[in-house]
Design a protein around this ligand. Sequence first.
Ligand code: 2AM
Ligand code: CA
Ligand code: CA
Ligand code: CA
Length: 270
Amino acid sequence: MEKFNEIYETAISWTKEAGKNIKESLSEQLRVEYKTSEADLVTEKDREIEEFFIRKIKERYPNHHIIGEEGMGEDTSFNPREEIVWLIDPIDGTTSFVHQKENFAISVAVYENGSPRVGIIYDPIREECYHALHGYGAFKNKERLKTVRETTVKHSLLGIDSSWLVPNDQYDYRKFHSLIQDIRGTRVIGSAALEMAAVASGKLNGFISLRLSPWDFAAGLVLLGELGVKATTIDNKPINLFEKTSICVGNQTFHRQLMQEYLGEEDKSK
Ligand code: 2AM
Ligand code: CA
Ligand code: CA
Ligand code: CA
């Protein structure tokens, strides 16, 4: 893990530098473009920050590979399970970035042969840096995070967007209705990375999303892996790190009760 210690420190310092850049740009006028629809935004800042990481990584670690949301370093000719790979979301929560100028984060993860090594989620507005080096625990700035508290559904706060309200292609939304009735409350931050960071710090007891990409959840999984959090797909299968997937994370008690009593999904992890 020696090697990753240096990568960890370096990645944190690059992430903070990028965060400072984003924060300072908030007063400027940003050009916003649509990707797949008018609800799918991208700004020049998303691309600039991703390019910043690609430049730094290529210079310092020329053998490493990069998977970023904006595809600035497009290179698909490698097997991510046999390499050191950086998974980067330059701005996770672009809609919040554009509309609210808060509630977004930079998400950076490093995996080696498909195994977690480094996870960083940085909220540059609150100056909160969640970080973990695999095997050494997870931190929020300098504070070491504790193993998450066990909670039942009745006592839980769940991060979930409004997908439970309407029919959708991903999941039978009606399955969520009795859960929403019984749970203490739900919250939407609009950044999957920050929602996973909130599970890490105990501000949420679980988080569900029906369709995420590797750069959305890769760093979060490194953090949560250090804190005893259960992480599966919504149908209770193991998560495939390098594919688009649903995500369901939470403390063991909450996750088990959610799957057994509400979603009717047996454990398919074995
Ligand atoms: P993004 O801001 O980096 O796109 C809530 O919108 C969460 O879902 C965010 O983490 C967002 O990441 C992610 N997401 C993934 N695909 C999305 C899409 N097509 N449109 C909006 N958000 C998307
Ligand atoms: Ca996006
Ligand atoms: Ca994202
Ligand atoms: Ca993004």
